[in-house]
Design a protein around this ligand. Structure first.
Ligand code: AMP
Length: 212
């Protein structure tokens, strides 16, 4: 099983690329942002607790998100596999981990299953381009579920990215896992490059099991 962490600032294209890579490789795209938005939409207890946090672009508590991912990795409950074994081949994590604590928890959870993260791919995009992309996403997508998609909230999300999420990189760099990809290239070229990295350069052939 292959575990890829797709890393980058909000608006870097992680979600778009992860969907494309899922189609190409069969690795399951797991987006913690999507999982959380689904909770808000469903009006669940968790959803009610986190709606404001999501709208502000702040991070939900580590324990909550680790619990969600644990459900998937262990097969106890994966909100995006829906009980079938679509995670078995592996998964692309989009939006997780976002803090050092989450990165450490991911390492421990996978180790229990005899696995590990194979690669961490950093999609690099200039900040002025990120703002432009979010502006376009707001205008074009009309995704009413994304209360956090505004240029104002992007500033908070970027601040949090630099303060809490970017510091994870040295954690993975120390393990020689980080591959940098220019996320400003044409979308198809980025997909091609990601596909090559994921399919041709397996770093850790260890097996993790996601039984969901
Ligand atoms: P995303 O779709 O990945 O941009 O995530 C949307 C929002 O969901 C973020 O701005 C956070 O409020 C929340 N979120 C997603 N993933 C995480 C995570 N790993 N840790 C904490 N909050 C998260």
């Amino acid at each position: 099983m292959k575990v890829v962490v797709l890393f980058g600032a909000p608006g870097a294209g992680k979600g778009t690329q992860a969907k494309r890579i899922e189609e190409r490789t069969g690795l399951k795209h797991l987006s913690t942002g999507e999982m959380l938005r689904a909770e808000v939409e469903a009006g669940s207890e968790i959803g009610k607790q986190i709606a404001g946090t999501l709208a502000q672009g702040s991070l939900v508590p580590d324990d909550m998100i680790i619990n969600l991912i644990e459900g998937c990795i262990t097969g106890r409950k994966c909100p995006q596999c829906h009980g079938v074994d679509s995670c078995r081949k592996g998964f692309i994590l989009d939006g997780f981990p976002r803090t050092i604590r989450q990165a450490e928890a991911l390492e421990s959870l996978l180790a229990v299953q005899g696995g590990a993260v194979d690669s961490v791919i950093l999609l690099e995009v200039d900040e002025n381009i990120l703002a432009e992309r979010i502006r376009t996403r707001v205008l074009e997508s009309g995704d009413s579920r994304r209360a956090d998609d505004s240029v104002e909230t992007l500033k908070n999300r970027l601040r949090i990215y630099h303060k809490q999420t970017e510091p994870i990189l040295p954690f993975y760099e120390a393990r020689d896992m980080v591959v940098r990809v220019d996320g400003m290239k044409p979308i198809d070229d980025v997909t091609e490059e990601l596909n090559d990295i994921i399919t041709e350069k397996p770093r850790a052939p260890r097996a993790a099991s996601c039984a969901c």
